[in-house]
Design a binder for this molecule. Structure first.
Ligand code: GDP
Length: 219
């Protein structure tokens, strides 16, 4: 990594580092979670990997990952979930990761219309960078029925129009979180286009708060 990039806190993603060994029975599937700030991305991961939920915002500072091991037929799969900050100032970095993961989960909040309207922008951004990457859609916070402003039918229609899988989820109640991720992982592993050797290693593992401060100062 150049000194300048290091100073700016940018991450280096080695292109040729194999993370899945062809002879291994363990697969590593890397998924990136995107969506507007506050839709519940961090809690989505928290629920999946730790079966826990936090009432406080876990708003991501940069990019963090958490893993969970699951079994798919004869394979052990380590699902590595990367949480992205949804803020605009990080979008170019998030975009950079679209080619380095095997799938993307787009999350919106059923109580926030703007976050639903943003889904088209996320899809556009993904397709600009890598139009082969599979993605699914999750309408989170479906436990908040009284505050709902995006109807389930709207989510379903959107997913039909865009030919993507869709589920309403609740990270708070643990509803459909496992189904959403595990079904997606199965689909990826069983797809013809499945690439075992996608490189993805954030050299700096996660953006530390002071690193982000540097980015904030420089941008
Ligand atoms: P992120 O910014 O997208 O990572 O969102 P967070 O995971 O930090 O969550 C933002 C806020 O929404 C927090 O106060 C969470 O407790 C809350 N939240 C997240 N998921 C749910 C959910 O499924 N139901 C409810 N009721 N609140 C949620």
């Amino acid at each position: 990594m150049s000194k300048k990039a290091k100073k700016k806190g940018l991450v280096t993603i080695p292109i040729n580092q194999n993370t899945n060994n062809d002879n291994s029975d363990i697969l590593i599937i890397k998924l990136l979670i995107v969506g507007d700030p506050g839709v519940g991305k961090s809690n989505f991961i928290y629920r999946y990997t730790k079966d826990q939920f936090s009432d406080n915002s876990l708003s991501s500072v940069g990019f963090e990952s958490n893993s969970k091991e699951i079994d798919i037929t004869d394979k052990k799969v380590i699902v590595q979930l990367w949480d992205s900050a949804g803020e605009d100032k990080f979008k170019s970095i998030t975009k950079n990761l679209f080619s380095r993961v095997q799938g993307i989960i787009i999350v919106y909040d059923i109580t926030n219309k703007k976050s639903f309207l943003s889904v088209s922008n996320w899809i556009k951004l993904i397709n600009e960078e890598n139009n082969n990457i599979p993605y699914v859609l999750a309408g989170n916070k479906c436990d908040l029925q009284k505050e709902r402003v995006v109807q389930e039918e709207e989510g379903k229609q959107f997913s039909l129009d865009n030919n993507i899988d869709f589920l309403e989820t609740s990270a708070k109640e643990g509803l459909n979180i496992m189904e959403c991720i595990n079904n997606f992982v199965k689909k990826i592993v069983n797809s013809e286009n499945f690439v075992r050797n996608v490189s993805f290693s954030l050299q700096d593992q996660s953006f530390e708060r002071n690193t982000i401060n540097k980015i904030e100062k420089c941008c």
